[in-house]
Design a protein around this ligand. Structure first.
Ligand code: 4AD
Ligand code: MG
Length: 437
């Protein structure tokens, strides 16, 4: 970064460095005596100013062209930038026709416009900032788990289970095969949970962070066919609080890390892309916890506002989730103890009644709705007897109370940056009727 280079100059008592810069032209301005370029190499939002004699000017130095510049990196006499590169040579490596290039110099293109160019959109400020933030958020999540004693497990992508039981599976077979490659039907994973449960039985605290696939036939702003999920599984849980604490701590830790490490990139979103959105306002107090039954009471008082029913026993729709978030002060909110019949087989039976619930929890966040889904797992063999044979084995041999959750990483980025459409927070989105590139 420019600050590191300035520090290095200071420490070495030097005034300049010989430097080779490779990147893409962001602006080019020719004057009588000098040519001024701004070149960006993708490592940060900042471009480096290149100053060259007019003899180095080249009509191919257009917005978007790839260049290699060598020269002397030195402190800049201008206040606007700390450093500039006095060029000895400039080579255009790859031309860029400014007429055909879909992005124009000094123009701010909206996320919707740049979404039409999945192969080129990382060349815009907004999307390159977003992908740097995405990369930093990935590191932050891994750091959180490492720092808190979790073991990372590479759960398989190809599996024979439908963990969620929702039937949204993509089947995997070799092209043209007329029998099952694995002897049984195999699918792209919808969740690594069952593999995490198996390994949590040995390591106590495990997590996985990888691609997950769901054949969701929807064009919604918060569903993809391929998305990244962070999943954690914790053994020896005493109560739901053991889960909600990890979910909240992880959210806070990742968010604080990104805000501290991606100052310029986040600032670009705050100023130009999603003005008015501030994730820090979500971190001021601890996340409220309400039960599903309390949530339904809140919704019933305003039922005329909703398109879908909000009676006890109905699944919460996005409109309900967003309303609950607003009702709780526009902060993330945990909803616990959902109707037993709404949750998959693995959720722990609260054995209550007459409104029968399971020890399941969702974390709802502003602008998005459901960010995480989790539960205490049914660890009692007798309650599970009619279920999966291997799953029962996990209960037969050293079963301990445990629970876990999954966080949709793209939805986390939507919440972090205030991005409305999930297709704008993943490099190459896959959704129904779209698998470009
Ligand atoms: O709530 P879900 O379906 O929970 C599970 O899969 C559990 N087995 C996780 C666990 O306990 N280990 O999915 C978890 C999260 C959701 O809360 C949501 O944020 C995200 O994954 N998600 C999606 N994100 C984008 N596109 C989709 N189609 C998604 N489906 C779920
Ligand atoms: Mg869910």
């Amino acid at each position: 970064t420019p600050r590191c280079i300035l520090l290095a100059l200071l420490l070495l008592k030097a005034t300049s460095f010989v430097c080779l810069l490779q990147g893409w032209v962001r602006s080019a301005r020719a004057q009588k005596v000098n040519v001024f370029l701004h070149v960006n190499d993708g490592s940060s939002l900042q471009s480096l100013q290149v100053v060259a004699g007019a003899e180095l000017n080249d009509p191919l130095l257009t917005f978007g062209s790839a260049v290699e510049v060598s020269g002397i990196l030195q402190e800049s006499p201008h206040e606007k930038q700390p450093l500039e590169l006095q060029a000895d040579s400039i080579r255009v490596i790859g031309e860029c026709d400014p007429v055909d290039f879909p992005f124009k110099v000094k123009k701010r293109h909206g996320l919707e416009y740049i979404r039409q160019f999945p192969h080129l959109r990382c060349r815009t400020n907004a999307f390159s900032s977003l992908l740097r933030i995405r990369s930093e958020a990935t590191s932050a999540i891994h750091s959180y788990f490492k720092d808190n004693g979790f073991v990372q497990i590479h759960t398989p992508i190809i599996t024979s289970n439908d963990c969620e039981g929702a039937g949204e599976l993509f089947q995997v077979e070799p092209a043209g095969a007329d029998e099952h490659f694995f002897s049984v039907p195999a699918f792209l994973t919808v969740s690594g949970q069952l593999h995490l449960e198996a390994t949590a039985g040995a390591f106590s605290k495990v997590y996985t962070f990888g691609p997950t696939f769901r054949a969701e036939n929807s064009q919604s702003r918060r569903h993809l066919a391929e998305f990244y999920m962070v999943e954690a599984e914790i053994s020896f849980t005493q109560s739901m609080e053991d889960l909600t604490k990890v979910m909240e701590d992880m959210f806070r830790s990742a968010t604080e890390h990104v805000l501290a490490r991606c100052v310029e990139d986040v600032d670009l979103f705050h100023r130009h892309v999603t003005p008015g959105h501030r994730v820090n306002s979500m971190l001021k107090k601890s996340f409220p916890v309400i039960t599903y039954t309390e949530a339904v009471d809140i919704l019933t008082r305003s039922s005329e506002q909703f398109a879908f029913p909000s009676d006890w026993g109905c699944d919460l729709k996005t409109e309900h989730e967003k309303y609950l978030v607003k009702h709780c002060g526009n902060v993330p909110v945990f909803v616990t103890d959902y109707p037993y019949d709404l949750k998959p087989f693995y959720a722990r039976d609260n054995q209550d009644g007459p409104r029968h619930t399971a020890a399941a929890v969702d974390l709802l966040v502003p602008g998005v709705g459901e960010l995480c889904g989790g539960s205490l797992r049914e660890e009692r063999l007798s309650v599970l007897r009619a279920r999966l044979e291997q799953y029962l084995d996990l209960r037969r041999f050293g079963s301990a109370p445990h629970g876990g959750f999954g966080l949709g990483f793209e939805r986390y980025l939507q919440c972090l940056l205030g991005v409305d459409n999930i297709k704008d927070v993943i490099p190459f989105p896959r959704f129904s009727r779209s698998c470009l590139l």
